[in-house]
Design a binder for this molecule. Sequence first.
Ligand SMILES: *Cc1c(COP(=O)(O)O)cnc(C)c1O
Length: 639
Amino acid sequence: MTDSAVDDNWTSEESADYYAIREWGAGLFDVSPQGEVTVTVAGKDKATAVSLLDIAEGLQQRDLAMPVLLRVENHLDAAISQINETFANAIGVTGYRGVYRGVFPIKVNQQSHIIEEIARFGERYHHGLEAGSKAELLVAMSTLRDRESLIVCNGYKDAEFIDLGLRARQLGMPCFFVVETPEEMSLIIERSQLLDVEPLIGVRLKLGTKVDGHWSEDSGDRSLFGLNTQQLIEAVDRLKGAGMLHCLRLLHFHLGSQIPNIQNIRAGILEACRYYIDLIEEGAPLGYLDLGGGLAVDYDGSRGGSMQSRNYTLEEYCVDVVEAIQECLDPEQVPHPTIITESGRATVAYTSVLLFNILNVSDFEPVSLPEKLPEGAPEQVRNLAALFDNISLKNLQECYNDAVYYRESLREHFRRGEVNLRMRSVGENLCLAVLQKISRLIPELDRVPVRLENLTEQLADIYYGNFSVFQSLPDFWAIGQSFPVMPIHRLNERPTREAVIADLTCDCDGKIDRFAHPEGEKRTLLLHPLEKDREYLLAVFLVGAYQETLGDLHNLFGDTNVASVRINGDGNFDFVHELHGDTIADVLSYVEYEPDYLFRRFRETAEDAVRDGRISVAERQKMLGAFNESLRGYTYFER
Ligand SMILES: *Cc1c(COP(=O)(O)O)cnc(C)c1O
């Protein structure tokens, strides 16, 4: 512990408060009195908490260098149990006469270890898989062992896709085709007659209901997928014509992901149920109602305060779903269908944590001010020096305006050659000193003037993190998603530095400068000053959904190391799965380089240098060794 931590009574509790871990952590993450983030898993009698720092140290001892994507398997299992049991409860208390069957949409996290765990653990609930492509269907067909677990096929389907699904039917798997276009219906009819297999058919509705949030375009008339009412009638008539209306077993709709507002979900169900009733009337047996995804994650812990959140609990979601269906179907005396949901985000978001270390910090602090100004200091520099002495709570706004004005004037004179580099540097430093002094006084103001509001941001330190936003947090960059971020240790020391976090890519978008928080997204985050010879580890939480496979190879930073941990009731943990991230050779081959060829070329260059007497043979060997080692090495910063 540092001295500053001893003489200052900041506690873990204050960190818990500041980083809001108890708001977004959903009881799965907390802070220990020792100042470390803990991962908590529920047990039969009591919960077990393990320090994330202990896990991180265990990873490093196993040669899994930072950055690491850590998966906590217990959290995945818990999410599957929770949705199944909460639906079962809702069905119990409302007297619903049907069951719930969840399917996990593979696209949300395709990693084999995740899918296998879902299939293995989900078996007790008959939790199935949703496939949106041939590749995903192959995964579902070979992973699910339980014959009551459903497979739901969405997306565009060619004859090969349909044949695969029909084979699954022959093997006894409840595999549904959800029809997205009328043409697809004809193809399904044709292929199933040819192979002589009865398909399970669903239709995807294009509902009029619009939802809030980022994915509002997925809903409403202009949504990309699903059948409108004319197409639906056409599809039903094609089935009737082929004598296959009895194969129409499922109605599907998907309003979009991360639906923040429960009212939208209710409205969608009520609309879909009208379709359900009328299709039964048309003679389709149905029996399954698939609500798609949309169950949101409370990323910022605001409980409905933003689009990154949700204004409902899982209990409310399940009860509302069940009740809305009953409300609509009961007056028409239509039997209650099996309820399917395709929750992806809510199932896997909490499982994964991105861990990374900080490599360096650059701050915007002035170097120490000179006792007196240099001989011949220009007017702007003298003004800035005077300004520095005159700052008070009463004139912050005025001083800010003046400082910026003098600095601009100084720069202008420099451009014209009237001020030299040394003088400009003295002036820039003075200006920084003025701005920092203002910034430190701002918290004492009752009301912050508009122009000073983002001064903290302008002066924030830049912490350089060992990761790539593009590889590990693509939604942060692509759709403005923010995630909770915090240090995983030193939480009983006061964090004193306002900071933003830059990644390793030299891209101006390669940074985290928005942090999920219940009181509104923060533009800077308080962090601890770096200590000599001690790693400072941060984590980005709730990254299990969509982040792993949407990531890209910007600057050729590849997949990170991955580890899965299982926490036991006795407080121990096991590393159940370790996967080394991409090597440099891996990422080079993704963009069509041949690592062997690169090596041979480099060897020729080295050999030429030996011939020309520029290096010795021993040096050549050393260089070739280093080149080879780099090819086999990690793409991230290594200590
Ligand atoms: C993406 C998608 C889902 C998953 O949605 P979440 O909001 O992550 O639960 C489910 N169904 C379909 C059809 C999808 O396209």
